[in-house]
Write a protein that binds this ligand. Structure first.
Ligand SMILES: *Cc1c(COP(=O)(O)O)cnc(C)c1O
Length: 355
């Protein structure tokens, strides 16, 4: 069976040797030695100045929206994983969708200003498939209208844009370390925030608001990550360069073997050092997508319809039309991509699609 992705498991001895440190410390959570070490290693690896590890990639979105969203209107993309939209609603804010660019698949920055009202507080956009949004333009619009920018960078581990980590753009940037993501800690995630006072708010918010055992800075929730997750991260991170290299090879082989006469691929934004996190292909229509999906499934190959449906159609929201996102969502398919997908399987997948 070949799935859309495959979790990277580090050699078990490497994981066990990290676990032994936890047993020796007899310390399981509340920002223990392993979590602090993983934060330092990630800062080095990603070349970022700050990071706060959290339970997953959703809670930092919620915390950021709790602090910056102010129960207002949030301008957001309809083409993302459902967590981007549901975090907005969960925090009693209102998602206001702006359609996407047909090739970059990120929010169409030229349509943002028309969606701004006096209730707008934030722009929450996704660097979808690790492809950065038009960061400069979003930044300009946000400054002009006094809005905050939150990037859902769940797909963007190791992505660099114009010479620095993509996590260093926007007021807040979040990542997910879920088992299906490029870098995994089982469940896990992180938040990046350059502004010190905002980062401090996010920090105490993820630990019940604590300021020492008896005092509170403010309201908080529990977004802390355990040492068990830290151990997985410490065991996985040393393999990241190798993982990226093998994924790059898979992507290059797809690029070479697929016939793009009747198929489109993702356009990566200029200035991006990409992370080979997903391999989406866009068919001419949904019928062709379904035909290919059926054919691949019959050979136990399971691509995924990332992202379908377009989030403006989720059942817990009043429907609006987003012509480009609706159209793309109906005919985009993410092909299997992992560190150990072999050449013969890639060639077989390409052959099924081409024919
Ligand atoms: C995976 C994902 C999330 C949620 O991350 P979790 O760690 O699963 O909570 C949020 N946004 C996007 C775009 C994602 O792909």
């Amino acid at each position: 069976m070949i799935n859309v992705t495959k979790t990277f498991f580090p050699p078990i001895e490497e994981y066990v040797s990290q676990l032994k440190r936890i047993w020796a410390n007899e310390w399981l959570t509340n920002r223990g030695e392993l979590v602090l070490e993983l934060e330092e290693n990630l800062k080095d690896y990603l070349k970022v100045s700050n990071i706060i590890l959290m339970t997953n990639g959703t809670i930092p979105l919620q915390i950021a929206l709790k602090i910056l969203g102010n129960q207002g209107e949030i301008i957001t993309t309809p083409f993302s994983y459902v967590a981007t939209t549901s975090a907005i609603i969960w925090e009693n804010c209102k998602p206001v969708f702006v359609d996407i660019h047909p090739e970059y698949l990120t929010i169409d920055e030229t349509k943002i200003e028309a969606a701004i009202t006096d209730k707008t507080t934030c722009i929450l956009a996704t660097h979808v498939f690790g492809n950065p949004c038009n960061i400069e333009e979003i930044d300009r619009i946000a400054k002009k209208h006094n809005l905050k920018v939150i990037y859902d960078a769940a797909h963007s581990f190791a992505v660099r844009y114009k010479g620095k980590s993509v996590f260093e753009y926007g007021d807040v940037s979040t990542c997910s370390f879920h088992a299906t993501k490029l870098f995994q800690t089982g469940e896990g995630g992180a938040v990046f925030c350059e502004n010190e006072s905002l980062r401090h708010k996010m920090f105490y918010s993820h630990n019940f608001g604590h300021n020492g055992p008896l005092e509170f800075h403010g309201l908080g929730i529990n977004g802390k990550v355990s040492e068990l997750h830290g151990a997985m991260g410490l065991a996985v991170l040393p393999h990241l360069d190798k993982i990226l290299e093998s994924r790059k090879n898979v992507v290059e082989l797809y690029d070479l073997k697929l016939n793009f006469d009747k198929l489109n691929k993702l356009k990566i934004r200029e200035g991006t050092y990409w992370n080979y996190s997903y391999y989406p292909v866009i068919f001419q229509n949904e019928e062709k997508l379904l035909l290919v999906q059926k054919k691949l499934n019959s050979h136990k190959i399971f691509p995924r319809r990332y992202f379908y449906p377009s989030l403006n159609n989720v059942p817990f929201l009043p429907k609006v039309t987003m012509p480009i996102s609706d159209d793309i969502a109906s005919r985009i398919l993410c092909l299997p991509l992992s560190h150990d997908l072999v050449k013969k399987d890639i060639e077989m997948i390409c052959q099924f699609i081409n024919s």
